[in-house]
Design a protein around this ligand. Sequence first.
Ligand code: ATP
Length: 323
Amino acid sequence: MPVIEVADLVKEFRRTKRQEGSFAGLRTLLTREQTVKRAVDGISFQVGLGEMVGYLGPNGAGKSTTIKMLTGILVPTSGTVRVAGTVPWRDRARNARQIGVVFGQRSQLWWDLPLRDSLWLIGRLYDVPTARFEEKQRQFTEVLDLGSFLDTPVRQLSLGQRMRGDLAAAMLYDPSILYLDEPTVGLDVVAKERIRAFVGELNRESGTTVVLTTHDLDDVEELCDRIVLIDHGKVAYDGAVAELKTRYAPHRELVVQTDRLESVEGAEVVRREEGKVWLRFDPARTPPAALVASVLARHEVTDLSIVEPELESVIHRIYADRG
Ligand SMILES: Nc1ncnc2c1ncn2[C@@H]1O[C@H](COP(=O)(O)OP(=O)(O)OP(=O)(O)O)[C@@H](O)[C@H]1O
C-alpha cells in the first residue's frame, strides 16, 4: 500500500534576471525580466508502507526541492502529492504529526537550551502524553547514547551528538514516516554507523517508512533496497539497488592470488599486480561457481574473492551516459 504518492510533480522557481553592463541595477529593476528554473520536472513515484527508499541525484538535481514539497514547506507548480492521505502543503499541521524530518545541515533543536529541554518542548508541541514521552526519552537515550550530553546546550554539542539529538527529536511523537536529508554528512565512521543502526532498527521494530537523501552511498547500501535516482529534475531510475547494478554494471570481477594465470575461459584478464590477477566476467553467462572451480582446478591459488561493482561507479556511469 503506498503511503507516499507523487504524480507529475513540477516545481519552477522564478527569478528576476539581472541585467549586465552600465546601470545594471536600475535596468534590472525596470525591465523585471524573469528567468524560470524548473527544479523538478514531472516526477512520479510511490513509496510503500515500511519501505526505505534512497532518493539520490547529483548536486542541483532537485532532491531537496522534492523533499520540501513532500514535507509541505513548498507548494508545487503542478502535480500531486499525497502523504498518508494528506496534501502536505494544504494540511501542514496534520502532515507534521505523521512525519519526522532531519536535515543534516540544519537543526530543529533550540540552540541555547540543553538537549533535554529541547526534547521536552517538542514533546509538548506534539502533545505527547507524559508517560509516553518519558518512555521514548528513556529509549532514545539508551539507543542513541544521549546520556552524557542531555544537559548540554545544543550549541556546545559536536555534530554527531547534535545529529543524534535531532533524530530523537524527530521520532519522539512516533511519526510513521521519516525524511532524512544528508543525515551523516560530516560525521566520522563510528557516528555514521550509529545513525544507520538507529534508522535500520526504527524500520524493523516500528515499520517506519524512510526516505533518505544522501551523497554517501554507504548509507544507501546499508539501509535501502530501492533507490529513486533523479537527474535534471526527472526520474532516471526507480528500482532495486541490486537490479541497478545488474542492468548498468552486469560484470563482476574475480580477484585471484596466484603464481601464474594466462587466461580462463568465460572471463577476461583486466589487470595484473603483485601476484594478483583480476578477471572480469558476466555472471549471467559464466556462473561464478563454475569460474571459481575452473580456476582452482588449473592453478595454484592462495586467495580468491569476487568483487561487486560499487554503487557509486554505477551511478556515475548512468549520469555520464545521460550527459
Ligand atoms: N528558492 C530557489 N530559487 C531559485 N532556484 C532554486 C531555489 N531552490 C533551488 N533552486 C534551484 O533548483 C535546482 C534544484 O535544487 P535542489 O536544492 O532541489 O537540488 P538538490 O538535488 O537538493 O542538490 P544538492 O545535492 O546540491 O543539495 C538547482 O538548480 C537550484 O539552484
